[in-house]
Design a protein around this ligand. Structure first.
Ligand code: NDP
Length: 340
């Protein structure tokens, strides 16, 4: 006879109120809940890592975007990696590690939907939330499927030292492209030049003329702009773009906390004048390419041709401040929260 499981106490973070402008700690609260015992076909996961991501800010707004909004007083969600600690599902045996989307909590139970068993020998567990996970795949899809990047091109990457940007930079360098980044701190710029090997980097917080600085580094113009930031960065990129160039619209973090419509870009007509292709994308529309992405990325990681950084906050209670810090540029590389 199978022994009946016990209920499990778990802490989780809920959305206490919708942020207006930049989120604050008062928008979040911690609560304790009891997870009922698992039934046949279910398994229980103890989270070890969770991801905080800029897109979560969009889900904190009331209106529908491309993902349903978070609900007030309900737990937040997001990428997580944990260990199966109890199981009545043979596909997810006790001891296996899984990738799921029920972060912001200590434990979750599932019958398997949206959960994937991962191989802890391929890369460190938390890499499945970054370079080998959603943000790495965003970089890979943006460059290969959207930009169709050609070797030898000149590319400008904003938020270049972040989780997506740092992988974009290195994948482009691996294709012999000239890479110009932008970042908000000297330490990030040093990392990009010394470790990621990019050609030049603009400190956008110190720049008085972003378009002018971009042209200084790319006197022959840019062919691709990988946009993580929007606003003034996009305006500068449109100014510096070559005819028939491409803007990969991945994210616009400079607008996520805006309470007024953004002023820039004021030069959208350049899309016509320069015959620019501007294409937005959402990584989860490309999940059928995941096996190809992993097959491409795993050897680059193994051979240390791609390096990456993690900024780690310890403890579930630190998740809100880690998330808020994304908008202050507190993270170098992928911002993670360690729960294990
Ligand atoms: P990052 O790791 O890049 O973290 C965010 C970084 O953005 C910060 O560290 C900060 O770096 C920079 N930043 C914050 N505010 C501003 C601002 N006002 N102006 C300029 N830079 C700013 O995050 P991710 O790599 O996870 O995400 C990068 C972008 O990609 C985001 O826009 C995100 O929404 C988008 N994204 C899109 C996906 C898709 O499917 N389309 C999937 C995943 C992410 P700094 O110190 O340089 O300012």
């Amino acid at each position: 006879m199978t022994q009946k499981s016990q209920a499990t106490k778990s802490r989780q973070i809920v959305l206490a109120s919708r942020p207006e402008g930049v989120p604050t700690s008062s928008n979040f609260s911690m609560e304790s809940v009891e997870i009922p015992p698992i039934e046949d076909g279910e398994f229980l996961v103890k989270n070890e890592w969770m991801s905080v991501d800029p897109y979560m800010r969009g889900r904190m707004k009331a209106g529908d975007s491309y993902v349903a909004p978070f609900q007030i007083d309900q737990p937040l969600e997001g990428g997580c990696v944990g260990r199966v600690v109890d199981s009545r599902n043979e596909k997810f045996p006790k001891g296996d590690y899984v990738l799921g989307n029920l972060g912001w909590r200590e434990y979750w139970k599932s019958s398997g939907e949206g959960a994937t068993v991962i191989d802890p020998n391929l890369a460190p567990l938390q890499a499945y939330l970054s370079v080998l996970g959603m943000t790495g795949m965003t970089a890979w899809v943006g460059l290969n499927t959207i930009a169709k990047l050609k070797p030898g091109s000149t590319i400008f990457v904003s938020a270049a030292s972040g989780a997506v940007g740092s992988v974009v930079c290195q994948l482009a360098k691996a294709m012999d492209c000239k890479v110009i980044g932008s970042a908000g701190k000297p330490s990030k710029i040093d990392w990009l030049i010394d470790k990621a090997g990019i050609d030049a980097c603009i400190n956008y917080k110190e720049s008085k003329d972003l378009a002018g600085d971009l042209t200084k580094h790319a006197p022959d113009g840019i062919d691709v702009y990988f946009d993580n930031v929007g606003g003034e960065h996009l305006e500068a990129a449109l100014d510096a773009m070559n005819d028939f160039g491409c803007c990969v619209e991945c994210g616009m973090i400079s607008t996520y906390n805006a309470t007024e419509p953004p002023v820039a870009p004021r030069n959208l007509f350049k899309v016509i004048a320069k015959r620019i292709r501007m294409e937005g994308f959402i990584v989860r529309d490309h999940l059928d390419a995941q096996a190809e992405f992993i097959a491409d990325m795993a050897p680059l990681i193994k051979d240390k041709k791609i390096v990456w950084e993690e900024t780690i906050a310890d403890g579930l209670e630190k998740a809100p401040s880690a998330f808020i810090g994304l908008f202050d540029g507190d993270n170098l590389g992928k911002q993670l929260v360690r729960l294990g």
